[in-house]
Design a protein around this ligand. Structure first.
Ligand SMILES: O=C(O)CCC(=O)C(=O)O
Ligand SMILES: [Fe+2]
Length: 252
């Protein structure tokens, strides 16, 4: 048994450290691993490679827009954060911090996925779309994040040193009248490495009204979503989870 003091140290000693098989309550329908190295796997499907964008390049703006329309996600490099920060900073040195006030604009999550004995029958993070406007993920150097794409299924997000992942969230999909797609994603676990990832959520403040931008709405592109406040949308997400966007969709 852990003592109280040890239990607060990172990496956390989690329940799975003490079990040799997956408890029934964690059972998930089978997930498959794309390669022999579950900690650092590559994507063998060259047709389903997520964009990695150098945001210092002249054409970066168009590439970002295209990625948000087609994929709802991309990785970016040349963001100004020195590589040494990625190499030398152990994620577990970071202290998770949230701003709990009503005016919250940003949220920072530290996600910890412990080693799992029966990884192909468990799920680290269930398939979901993110609620906020945009999300920036540092998935460090351990694989696990996968995004769903029509026609390609679950696509692993490849490890690119120093790259950060951006996901389009539900509220950005609303704001862009469905032009940018909020990406369905999940995290799989493995039986060898403990994975840590940080997510930075750019949120709408609770009383901000979010509705499709006027310049993206016209007679051939009528508004797809009704206006919601940040607070209302969070309540809808809690109630409807992955069906929340559907719940504010205007009927034709
Ligand atoms: O762990 C990851 O790579 C992604 C985490 C995530 O999807 C989230 O925090 O919403
Ligand atoms: Fe997410």
């Amino acid at each position: 048994m852990e003592t109280q003091t040890q239990a607060h140290k990172f990496p956390l000693s989690l329940e799975f450290d003490n079990v040799s098989t997956l408890p029934d309550s964690y059972e998930w329908s089978t997930t498959t691993f794309p390669s022999d190295d579950p900690c650092h796997y590559t994507n063998n499907d060259r047709k389903a490679l997520l964009p990695v964008i150098d945001i210092g390049e002249p054409g970066a703006y168009d590439l970002v827009r295209h990625a948000c329309e087609k994929w709802g996600t991309f990785q970016f490099i040349n963001h100004g954060v020195p590589l040494t920060v990625f190499r030398e900073t152990e994620l577990y040195e970071l202290v998770p911090a949230t701003n709990g006030s009503d005016q919250t604009q940003c949220l920072f999550h530290l996600n910890s996925y412990s080693v799992c004995p029966n990884h192909n029958r468990a799920m680290g993070l269930a398939p979901h779309t993110d609620t906020s406007l945009i999300i920036v993920v540092n998935h460090s150097n351990i694989s696990g994040l996968q995004v769903y794409q029509d026609g390609a299924g679950w696509v692993p997000v490849e490890l690119v040193e120093g790259a950060l992942v951006v996901n389009v969230g539900n509220l950005m999909q609303t704001l862009t009248n469905g032009k940018f797609k909020s990406v369905l994603h999940r995290v799989v676990v493995n039986s060898i490495c403990h994975r840590l990832a940080t997510s930075f959520f750019l949120m709408a403040s609770s009383d901000a009204k979010i509705s499709p931008l006027r310049k993206l709405v016209n007679s051939s592109h009528p508004p797809l979503y009704r206006a919601v406040t940040g607070k209302e949308y969070f309540q809808l997400k809690y109630k409807f989870f992955n069906k929340a966007l559907e719940s504010i969709r205007l009927k034709k």
